[in-house]
Design a protein around this ligand. Structure first.
Ligand code: ADP
Length: 265
């Protein structure tokens, strides 16, 4: 038994963060994800691309069990984070979401101060022993979110009063305040102007040093700019997964080629 564990640990030291096998997702009768197997690496940005409705967001939401909140949704297959089955009954989804943070399409700061937005996760997970420690976490997270300089003099102003791009960086700071291992981003720039988009893309590149980042994007240019790995989904299937450069310059599947040359989607 102990030997078995040692073997499992060896596997875990590889750079695979998420090992997903034969994943199926249904919403009632709709078969939204068909037999998807993919391994997502640590400290890399992976993009999910594909035409609208192909299952990108559904698969992303499997990675932190956000689909649990949708009554009609059924997830089957194996999804392992560092070797651990995240759908195991012993896993608490709230704890899981602290490890696998999420940033949404529309910036959604809580109707609270900038400080309280970032302090929220550390408070509910008891990550700070006292006020000084909490202050430290808030500052560090806002710095990592590349927004500290813009907000340090108004930490007690409402988060909703910031510009859209600032709000999205605040939401990223909020997501990383619990020190997640993986950051999921569902079209994080779709509500942002080009300058704010460039700032968030730059931030994604910096975050890669510490986290695995998975980003759903409808923009192939964005996938090419920010990610090292790209997964192309079509009609619920993962058609092709590989190095971003290879997917965009030398796709192996004709469906990937059709999509990146603009013939489908
Ligand atoms: P994408 O992110 O690629 O646009 P989605 O994951 O949102 O695709 O959707 C994949 C499929 O699942 C679509 O057929 C969509 O209609 C369906 N779907 C997504 N969310 C729900 C939901 N909450 N309830 C029922 N069906 C859904």
């Amino acid at each position: 038994m102990n030997d078995m564990r040692a073997v499992e640990c060896d596997v875990e030291t590889s750079d695979i963060k998420f090992d997903c096998r034969d994943v199926q997702v249904h919403y009632g009768e709709t078969h939204a994800i068909r037999d998807v197997s993919v391994q997502l690496e640590a400290r890399k940005v992976t993009s999910f691309i594909g035409p609208s409705g192909c299952g990108k967001s559904t698969f992303l939401r499997c990675l932190n069990r956000m689909n649990d909140t949708i009554a009609s949704c059924r997830v089957r297959g194996s999804l392992r984070l560092d070797g651990e089955d995240i759908y195991d009954r012993r896993i608490d989804p709230v704890q899981l979401r602290a490890r696998v943070g999420m940033v949404f399409q529309k910036p959604n700061p809580f109707p609270k101060s900038i400080y309280d937005n970032v302090a929220y996760g550390p408070r509910i997970h008891g990550l700070a022993k006292n006020k000084a420690e909490l202050n430290e976490i808030v500052e560090k997270s806002l710095r990592r979110g590349a927004i500290w300089d813009e907000v340090k003099d108004r930490l007690h102003a409402p988060g909703t009063g910031l510009s859209g791009g600032q709000q999205q960086r605040l939401c990223i700071a909020r997501a990383i305040a619990t020190e997640p291992e993986v950051l999921l981003m569902d079209e994080p720039c779709s509500a942002l102007d080009p300058i704010a988009t460039a700032q968030v893309e730059e931030l994604i590149d910096e975050l890669r040093a510490s986290y695995s980042v998975v980003i759903v994007t409808h923009s192939m240019q964005q996938a090419a700019r920010v990610s090292q790995k790209t997964a192309f989904f079509h009609l619920g299937s993962l058609v092709e997964f590989g190095d971003t450069g290879q997917i965009f310059t030398n796709p192996k599947d004709p469906r990937t080629e059709s999509y990146i040359t603009g013939r489908i989607g």
